[in-house]
Design a binder for this molecule. Structure first.
Ligand code: CU
Length: 173
């Protein structure tokens, strides 16, 4: 079963299920338009359907943009100086400066929560900026347990929020 969305005339989303026999987009469209008004449009959960239908605003809600910490592994024990590697999907990594849509740079938050969307990432020891567009860095921390969070933010250091963050736990020995 695949979930799709109807957009009502007021712009609201209404989730519904697409049966397997409706997965062909043209069939799904036909099936939908027969029992909803023509003012309603269908968006499948599949990105192919987003492109087909050209409804980019709605497709932006699909979780195609994300970050991850590729290194260290979650739960890893590392030495006091270790490499952090950032993974970014669906956004461009660029040096800090101009605000460009779907673009930004990596931040490493040490024992801090993700920064609320739109708020500036602080500049301090617990919020490290990689404003040259780095995708990896060497980090030195004293022994202990740490929560590391990758936080993506735009060229002006304004956070893309929790959806563009990823957190791991590590032990430094
Ligand atoms: Cu920054």
């Amino acid at each position: 079963m695949t979930m799709g969305y109807l957009i009502d005339t007021d712009g609201s989303f209404q989730p519904f299920e697409i049966n397997s026999h409706d997965l062909d987009i043209s069939m799904a469209l036909t099936a939908t338009t027969t029992h909803t008004s023509l003012a309603r449009r269908i968006i499948s959960g599949a990105s192919a359907a987003c492109l087909t239908l050209g409804l980019l605003a709605a497709c932006a809600t699909a979780p195609t943009q994300s970050v991850s910490l590729l290194e260290p592994a979650d739960g890893a024990t590392v030495g006091t100086t270790f490499k952090v590697r950032f993974g970014v999907k669906g956004m461009a990594v660029a040096p800090a400066g101009d605000i460009v849509k779907d673009s930004g740079h990596n931040h490493l938050l040490i024992n801090r929560m993700p920064v609320t969307t739109g708020e500036s990432v602080p500049f301090d020891d617990n919020h490290r900026h990689f404003g040259a567009g780095q995708s990896e860095a060497m980090i030195t921390l004293p022994p202990g347990q740490y929560k590391l969070t990758s936080q993506f933010a735009n060229g002006a250091h304004q956070s893309y929020g929790a959806p563009m963050s990823a957190t791991i736990q590590i032990t430094v020995k």
